[in-house]
Design a protein around this ligand. Sequence first.
Ligand SMILES: [Zn+2]
Length: 116
Amino acid sequence: MARALESMAKTEALFREVNERIATAAGGFGSDDAEFVCECADPTCVDRVEVPLEVYEEVRSEPTTFILANGHEEGSIEKVVETRRRFQIVEKANRKVVAVVKKLDPRRVEPGLKPG
Ligand SMILES: [Zn+2]
């Protein structure tokens, strides 16, 4: 069970990495929104969600919040905190999962590490 949770968390962290690259590219083009991949726990999910970059940045500022296609939440590890017309924002609610996604946060600043 613990292993399944960890693998779900890793799947979501991987989708988040992909979205970080999408956000960077979209920002470079000066767009207001971008098509992101659904950050749900299903490794076979190929759904896309159109999210304003502003909202994406807000979600990403918290290591435990993720963007999902509507209805893709996994009740055992996360809770929906906001539902929009085309996507929803979830927050990790499981201690183990929170630990994994925090560790894998692409925006995590390593203590003592210089930027750049
Ligand atoms: Zn999904």
